[in-house]
Ligand binder design. Structure first.
Ligand code: 3PG
Length: 220
C-alpha cells in the first residue's frame, strides 16, 4: 500500500470514529489523577471520543490511565506537533492523533505509519498539501478565528471531497450550526469541560453538560 493510499484509509477509519461521536472534547489535563474521573464523566454523558492534548506534563500519564481504566473511551492524542509526538501517541495506545497544523515531516510520518492523524489546516494551500498525501479528513483550526463558517464554505468550493472537524471557538451556542454544514463530520472543543470544573472535580456538572449537548446535537 502506498503512503497516500494508507492516509486515505486512515481518513476513512477516523471518519467512522468521528461521525457518530459528533463532538470531540479537547482535554488539557493538569493533574494526571483527573484523567480517569474526567473520562468517566464524559462517557457517562454520552461523549466517548476524547482528545487528550500533549500540552501538559500530566498528559501522557493521564491518557495511559484513561486507555487502561476507561475502555469505553476512544482516546486520541492532540497537539501532536512532529513525528516524535506521533510515535509517543502510538506508544501510549491512542487510537488517533490530532495536530493543530501540519508540517511535511508530520504528514509524511503519519502517511507512512499506523496511527490515523487528523491534521490541522486553515488555508487552501494547507488543504492541498494534506490532500496531496492522501489526507481527506482535516481539522479546521482555529475554526472561528480563521474565518468561521464562511471560510469553511469557501474551501468546500475547490475541495468538495474534503471533510472537516472544525475546532477553535466552538461551544454550545454554535456547535449545531457547524455540524449542519455538509462537509463537517464532527466538531472539537474545550467547552464541555472547563478547567475550573475539572479542578473542582465537578464531574456531575460535566456529565450533565455532555448529556445536554448530545441531546441537542442528535441527528434528526
Ligand atoms: C484547542 O486546540 O485549543 C482547541 O481547538 C480548543 O479550542 P477551544 O478552547 O476554542 O474550544
Amino acid at each position: 500500500m502506498t503512503s497516500t493510499t494508507k492516509a486515505a484509509a486512515h481518513a476513512r477509519a477516523l471518519e467512522a470514529i468521528l461521525i457518530p461521536a459528533r463532538i470531540v472534547p479537547v482535554l488539557t489535563i493538569a493533574r494526571a489523577e483527573d484523567g480517569v474521573p474526567l473520562a468517566r464523566a464524559l462517557v457517562a454523558g454520552g461523549v466517548n471520543v476524547l482528545e487528550v492534548t500533549f500540552r501538559t506534563e500530566a498528559a501522557a500519564e493521564a491518557a495511559r490511565a484513561i486507555i487502561v481504566e476507561v475502555p469505553e473511551a476512544i482516546v486520541g492524542m492532540g497537539t501532536v506537533l512532529n513525528a516524535d509526538d506521533l510515535r509517543r501517541a502510538r506508544a501510549l495506545g491512542a487510537q488517533f492523533a490530532v495536530s493543530p497544523g501540519a508540517t511535511p515531516e508530520l504528514l509524511d510520518a503519519a502517511a507512512a505509519g499506523d496511527l490515523p492523524l487528523l491534521p490541522g489546516v486553515a488555508t487552501a494551500s494547507e488543504v492541498m498539501q494534506a490532500q496531496a498525501r492522501g489526507f481527506g479528513l482535516l481539522k479546521f483550526f482555529p475554526a472561528e478565528q480563521a474565518g468561521g463558517m464562511a471560510m469553511l464554505r469557501a474551501l468546500a468550493g475547490p475541495f468538495p471531497q474534503v471533510r472537516f472537524c472544525p475546532t477553535g471557538g466552538i461551544g454550545a451556542a454554535n456547535a449545531a450550526a457547524w455540524l449542519a454544514e455538509p462537509n463537517v463530520v464532527a466538531v472539537g472543543g474545550s467547552w464541555l469541560c472547563p478547567a475550573a470544573d475539572v479542578r473542582a472535580g465537578n464531574w456531575e456538572v460535566i456529565t450533565g453538560r455532555c448529556r445536554d449537548a448530545m441531546k441537542s446535537l442528535r441527528r434528526g
